[in-house]
Design a binder for this molecule. Structure first.
Ligand code: ATP
Ligand code: MG
Length: 230
């Protein structure tokens, strides 16, 4: 197993083709120091999700390599690598069960206190307590008991509890009311603290908060810098 990692991520001259002869990434080099948050922005099809796919090792690069703490992730046990990576997807995954079970997913050993602490830290506690059975409220996978914003906060609580060194966040594009939006922004700060993160960012407020912004276009990095620099 990979020992507890720092979370330094280095993508070295990566070329990737889903289909031979059609490169989705055309030579990407990108360094995230441990603890840094990186925003990936660019038009549809520019390669944002592909970078994430390679980092999680859903695919291996056609050329080049991806290093975590200096180790080529091809040489790291898959289970071990994935245990260090937390993913919060746009279409936030909620399964049928209680709110508590949904937060605890991925950290089944977590106590009720730990679940609550995580929910409080991301400002989800109040809305959970306002529900009929609090943490024991049953939610449905496709049910609409929860708003998009509430789903997002739940997924943040889940990620915070799992405490991965590397966090991947595909930010929701759905419109969210202003109050929830503010909660999400604050929760995001809490969630990002002390871990390396890659954020496919859609909101300017999120982009502004990232240490480095990577602008992709047709599989290449066309701009790179801080929010102030760009
Ligand atoms: P979006 O903003 O729409 O999510 P993206 O920046 O995430 O776009 P990618 O999904 O990384 O873009 O796609 C990069 C390129 O790779 C595109 O040309 C896309 O058509 C292609 N592509 C993505 N996934 C696959 C796949 N599974 N098989 C073949 N080609 C793919
Ligand atoms: Mg994508």
């Amino acid at each position: 197993l990979m020992p507890s990692i720092k979370g330094d991520v280095n993508i070295e001259q990566v070329v990737f083709e889903y289909e031979p002869g059609r490169a989705a990434l055309k030579g990407i080099s990108l360094h995230a120091e441990a603890g840094q948050s990186i925003a990936l922005v660019g038009h549809t099809g520019s390669g944002k999700s592909t970078i994430i796919n390679l980092l999680c090792r859903f695919y291996d690069p056609t050329q080049g390599r991806v290093l975590v703490d200096g180790f080529d992730i091809r040489n790291v046990e898959l289970e071990s690598l994935r245990s260090q990576i937390g993913i919060v997807m746009q279409d936030t995954f909620i399964f049928s069960g209680t709110i508590r079970d949904n937060i605890r997913f991925g950290r089944l050993d977590a106590t009720d206190e730990e679940v609550e602490r995580a929910a409080k830290a991301v400002h989800a506690h109040d809305f959970i307590m306002s529900m009929e059975n609090g943490y024991d409220t049953e939610v449905q996978e496709r049910g609409n008991v929860l708003s998009m914003g509430q789903r997002q906060l739940l997924s943040f609580a889940r990620a915070l509890l799992a405490d991965p060194r590397i966090l991947i966040l595909d930010e929701a594009t759905a419109s969210i009311d202003t109050e929830t939006e503010l909660k999400i922004q604050e929760a995001l700060k809490t969630l990002l603290k002390g871990r390396t993160s890659f954020i496919i960012a859609h909101r300017l407020s999120t982009i502004r908060y990232c240490d480095k912004i990577i602008v992709l276009d047709h599989g290449r990095i066309v701009e790179e810098g801080s929010h102030e620099q760009l």
